[in-house]
Write a protein of this length. Structure first.
Length: 356
């Protein structure tokens, strides 16, 4: 698959469009005043433990305490520990953090203080290539001191990459972590800050074409389309996408298309892209036309399989509704770029003037 990354830097934010075979599939916007905290590592202190919820709140020096899942670890109030942000704060909720720390390079992810393990990206399908990559990392591990505490994940971009480049990434990451002074750092301090959005794109899309788009409107046109409520399909049908606080609903309509099956198939192909473009998350309900066949679900699942964000989809209900969830990783495009209408309060309608 041919991937291309367009980057646009303005005085207010950085905007990125990710294209696959010439079609925009993902849009990421990071305001200059509110950069993502994901990947940052803090030295924090447990301020509250909730055993029944298998959770704890950790003070890391931000406006709100961070939430930590403790289902596989034991903590006590007042404990000092290192945590890494895995989900940005949203609305009135603090950041979500984890105790499994990692730092990334273009081809390798280093899992810090994790028992000896080598993982290979599931997106690398060739068994011969998986074996080659695992052997390279294994041989490198054998030459490293204290390798029983070293674990690495080989990223998708590493497919076909030389031994020298992979080993260079491992050396870089180990040196990077060794330079972090976390023992002497004060509590509630940031000990590692991940790269900016621009730098992350250069790192995470190594080998892809990366261009700067400041002189044309390619990204802006795609953003404007992704903010529209109505999405046209090829044969005359259309989607209506409504984003609410509780869930997102997607209504499939025939429009001028008389072929119901064709409309459903086109909708199943278009919906995964719309979810990625708008970064829709949480509960998503899709209302296809009448009862749908297995081919529609198959196409929908194939499209979702290409999504880097975790999704879960159920079979259709007796009403023809498909229920699915998509993991929330950052704010939706609408939440970043739009604000509630001061006239209607977000309802989309106001009372008629002549209505007593």
């Amino acid at each position: 698959m041919n991937k291309e990354v367009l980057i646009k830097i303005t005085s207010n934010d950085t905007r990125v469009a990710i294209l696959e075979n010439g079609v925009v599939q993902d849009i990421i916007i990071e305001p200059n005043t509110k950069t993502s905290l994901v990947g940052n590592i803090y030295k924090g202190q447990v301020c509250r433990v909730l055993p029944k919820m298998q959770a704890a709140f950790v003070e890391i020096g931000l406006e709100r305490t961070a939430f930590l899942d403790t289902s596989d670890i034991n903590l006590y109030q007042g404990q000092i520990l290192l945590v890494q942000v895995i989900k940005d704060p949203v609305a009135n909720k603090g950041a979500r953090v984890g105790t499994q720390l990692s730092v990334a390079a273009p081809y390798i992810i280093y899992l810090v203080n994790y028992p000896n393990h080598i993982g290979i990206s599931n997106r690398i399908k060739s068994q011969a290539e998986r074996q080659r990559l695992k052997q390279i990392v294994s041989e490198k591990l054998a030459t490293m001191p204290n390798n029983q505490h070293s674990s690495f994940i080989v990223r998708t971009a590493a497919e076909g990459i030389s031994n020298e480049n992979l080993c260079a990434d491992i050396d870089f990451l180990c040196k990077l972590w060794d330079q972090i002074e976390y023992n002497s750092a004060p509590v509630y301090s940031l000990i590692y800050k991940d790269l900016s959005l621009e730098e992350r794109m250069i790192r995470d899309f190594a080998g892809s074409s990366i261009k700067y788009d400041n002189d044309n409107d390619n990204i802006e046109n795609e953003i404007n389309k992704a903010l529209e409520r109505k999405v046209k399909l090829k044969s005359g049908g259309y989607l209506v996408i409504d984003q609410t606080e509780a869930m997102t609903t997607i209504d499939v309509n025939t429009g001028i298309c008389l072929n119901l099956e064709q409309t459903n198939l086109e909708a199943a192909e278009a919906i995964p892209r719309q979810l990625r473009l708008r970064n829709l998350a949480g509960i998503i309900i899709i209302d296809f036309i009448d009862l749908i066949d297995s081919q529609v679900l198959k196409i929908l699942k194939q499209g979702l399989a290409a999504d880097s964000v975790k999704t879960y989809i159920s079979d259709s209900s007796s009403l023809g509704l498909v229920q699915m969830t998509r993991k929330r990783t950052r704010q939706s495009l609408k939440d970043i770029l739009c604000e509630t209408c001061p006239t209607c309060g977000g309802s989309g309608s106001i009372r008629k003037i002549n209505n007593d």
